[in-house]
Design a binder for this molecule. Structure first.
Ligand SMILES: NC(=O)C1=CN([C@@H]2O[C@H](COP(=O)(O)OP(=O)(O)OC[C@H]3O[C@@H](n4cnc5c(N)ncnc54)[C@H](OP(=O)(O)O)[C@@H]3O)[C@@H](O)[C@H]2O)C=CC1
Ligand SMILES: CC(=O)N[C@@H](CCC(=O)OP(=O)(O)O)C(=O)O
Length: 348
């Protein structure tokens, strides 16, 4: 059994991790931390876990964490970077759901996250946990930087087009929308039911911190010598709990038929357990991936043969965070990659 701890067990990604790990046949949960609720039974805060988790929240304690095989950080940006070096020295492997180790260029990270980085040397060591690109490196990694939710949905939609060099990388446009759990389990006026329900709006259109992550990772998959991927990204807040929908626009370098583009996507993702390429022209729905690690994609050509639109849906808390973290864990520990992630979405 893999001895696992979660730092930050009271947030939305924390409780989603708990739901998945409590049902994982190879995992023994040993510690779930919360400074505010230390001593409170986990099932008291999250009654869906009654009968599945009999631990109480505890204070983060480096000695206790250091006795685990794996620690997940489901904490705000800036927390993991202060503790990860010590854990790695103790031989503990770490999967960080925050953005602390995603950006390789530290000045860029500090500019977008507005704080000094406490462990810049670790960012170079961390493996970006997108299995569809980095599976082999993930298997041997000590430290995983789990991708953000928008970056996951956007990268999976554009990777086949950028790898093959078919699109103009300098003029990519992403319009994406997230359920309100994407903002975490915290009291913010704009997340109140009365503000967010029956409403739809963009936010951070002047610059969202996921932009440098998206561009960095897209540039990795481009053929050598390409102009770097440049993205216009506008996020939106959806009046729903979970789910993310990205509409991705690109211009083709030369005209192509939709059948050719469809074949490209199908062949790129053949064998990928968590990417489902729908028939060309489909309209993927967020509810078909709710609570699952699946990304469903569709390729369309509404603007003529020199353009392409990709629609990409994920669950922001699942493939966008906690389920993708479990997928990474399965790969790191040599388990079946789909273990504890097989259930289909709940419909209706
Ligand atoms: N929500 C989403 O859809 C996604 C979130 N993420 C990222 O995952 C991380 C967690 O997100 P989310 O679950 O939404 O966050 P929340 O804000 O809902 O929860 C944060 C958790 O971290 C704990 N925590 C806060 N500060 C510290 C600290 N200094 N030391 C130890 N524990 C701390 C809190 O417990 P306590 O204060 O009691 O210790 C709480 O359990 C964030 O970095 C977020 O950006 C990534 C992808 C998607
Ligand atoms: C709806 C909403 O507010 N979403 C969050 C994204 C959450 C997320 O993915 O967090 P990371 O920064 O760890 O990737 C936002 O836009 O800030």
């Amino acid at each position: 059994m893999i001895k696992v701890a979660i730092v930050g067990g009271t947030g939305y990604t924390g409780v989603e991790l708990l739901r998945l790990l409590a049902a994982h046949p190879e995992v023994e949960l040993t510690a779930i931390t919360s400074r505010a609720l230390a001593g409170t039974p986990v099932a008291e805060l999250f009654p869906n876990l009654r009968g599945h988790c009999d631990l109480a929240f505890c204070e983060p304690d480096i000695e206790q964490l250091g006795r685990c095989d794996l620690v997940f950080f489901a904490t705000p940006h800036g927390v993991a970077q202060a503790q990860v070096p010590d854990l790695l020295r103790r031989g503990v492997r770490v999967i960080d759901l925050s953005a602390d180790f995603r950006i390789k260029d530290i000045p860029t990270w500090e500019q977008w996250y507005g704080q000094r980085h406490a462990a810049p040397e670790m960012a170079a060591e961390a493996v970006y946990g997108l299995p569809e690109v980095n599976r082999a490196a993930i298997a041997g990694a000590q430290l995983i930087a789990c991708p953000g939710c928008y970056p996951t949905s956007i990268q999976l939609g554009w990777i086949p087009l950028l790898e093959s060099g078919l699109v103009d990388p300098g003029r990519l446009v992403a319009s994406a929308a997230s359920g309100a759990t994407g903002a975490g389990r915290q009291g913010k006026t704009e997340l109140l039911f009365a503000e967010n329900s029956d409403n739809f709006r963009a936010y951070a259109a002047g610059g969202h911190r996921h932009l440098p992550e998206i561009e960095q990772e897209l540039q990795w998959v481009q053929p050598a010598g390409s102009d770097p991927a440049r993205v216009t990204f506008v996020p939106h807040l959806l009046p729903m709990v979970r789910g993310m929908h990205a509409t991705l626009f690109a211009n083709l370098r030369k005209e192509a038929e939709i059948e050719e583009l469809q074949r490209l996507f199908e062949s790129r993702y053949t064998g990928e357990p968590f990417v489902d390429v729908l028939p060309a022209g489909s309209h993927p729905q967020t509810r078909t991936v709710r609570g699952t690690n699946m990304c469903r994609l569709a390729v369309l050509q509404p603007g003529g043969r020199d353009t392409v639109v990709v629609l990409s849906v994920i669950d922001n808390l699942a493939k966008g965070a906690s389920a993708q973290a479990v997928q990474n864990m399965n790969i790191m520990f040599g388990l079946n990659e789909t273990l504890a992630l097989e259930s289909p979405a709940l419909l209706p």
